[in-house]
Design a protein around this ligand. Sequence first.
Ligand SMILES: Cc1cc2nc3c(=O)[nH]c(=O)nc-3n(C[C@H](O)[C@H](O)[C@H](O)COP(=O)(O)OP(=O)(O)OC[C@H]3O[C@@H](n4cnc5c(N)ncnc54)[C@H](O)[C@@H]3O)c2cc1C
Length: 413
Amino acid sequence: MKKILIAGNGVASASALKVLLHEKEIHITVISPEFYPASYKPLFPLISCGKLESYETFLLQPEDYSGENITFLPGVRIEKLSASKRVAYLSDGEEVEFDTALIATGSRVYIPEKFEKGNQRYRNVFTLDTIEEALDLKALIEEGAKNCVVIGAGRTGVNLTNVLANKGINVSLFEKENQILPGLLDNDLSTFISEKLQEKGASVITHPKIKKISAADKFVESISLEDGTRIPCHLVIIATETIPNIEFLEGDFTFAKGLIPNEYLETQESGIYAAGDVVQFLDFNGKRKIQKLAVNAWRQGEIAARNILGERVKCPLSFTGKYVKIDNIFAGYFGERDGTDYFDFSTKNNIVRFTLEGLKITGLQFLGTVEKITELARTGLNRFDTKFIPDEIKKQTTLGFPVFNWHQKLFDF
Ligand SMILES: Cc1cc2nc3c(=O)[nH]c(=O)nc-3n(C[C@H](O)[C@H](O)[C@H](O)COP(=O)(O)OP(=O)(O)OC[C@H]3O[C@@H](n4cnc5c(N)ncnc54)[C@H](O)[C@@H]3O)c2cc1C
């Protein structure tokens, strides 16, 4: 019987398990640092704000892990995975042998040392990477935490600021660049979102230079900046760039900013596959990027699992794009933001900005209500020769815009 190891228990693992759980002639071992079933991380902020129960974020149910062909090992992580010996060495001292493996260990936020004491993170510092963290944050909010510093104004930081500000929490949003959403929007478009957050009472602080963290009893109490500002905080959320969890791999793997598998998602080590945030894959513009999107993790998990079972399925090009939603306003990008030129279609407070590389459209940015940006995108595309519009862009704009039903729950609140 073929022994399959699944490293990690997140989005890519859940989608792989949905394929593998029906197979009788295999045995699956899932290594999970968390005790919960695989869950959908983008929804964790809603657990903290009391809008969702933990179980509502589950991608699989507890009973999915109790079949005869699966061993679920919660509360442990892989310390080392030897490709040549086909053994995973776990944090509890156990070893798991395997024939085939799926590396689906995702990515994590880097926590600067100043937010730790003796290698332990202060207790009110969060990354919202696990349900446990989401519940700890919820408990502090229920105890009356009122002031929060969110570090990093990317997709996660801005969405969190919005959710927390709606809850009446005073949020100070730190961003090291000179604008919020620097990876998503041009400066002029991001200003609109920044103003929306400020209308809700959030403070947006660009280029913050942290001078001192004051803490007592394992809790951060305030953050002082070099310009003399002292920001009291009951909560700190770090939402900066993430790094892939691949340090434990020992073998002949090709890395850049993530693992680089072939089109079947198999790494250079035969029989060892990779999916999700650990992977750098090609997008529809032919660029190799680390996308860190749930939708890619889900698709890749399924494809890796089918290939593990002996199919030869090529992984489709990755989706590149991110967006935030503030009330009824969507803002974000899809594809490329840098090109040789750009072209705007706008009405009051609604805009679609196409990125051009020569005559070809390589991406677009958008800001506005779904109805308006859909309309603007369609009108805009009609002005271009269809041969210069990649299929991915046609697909997104003809199905409605933006089409990310996948995590609709996130925006139902
Ligand atoms: C707060 C938040 C908001 C987000 N919002 C969005 C969003 O709006 N849209 C979007 O597309 N994406 C969003 N993301 C990103 C999205 O969640 C990830 O892209 C997706 O979860 C990646 O799936 P994955 O399976 O690769 O990794 P994950 O879902 O992160 O799962 C990785 C698993 O591997 C485990 N693991 C790590 N190291 C080890 C080890 N050494 N041994 C064993 N197991 C290990 C982890 O504990 C976890 O169980 C958000 C993420 C966060 C944290």
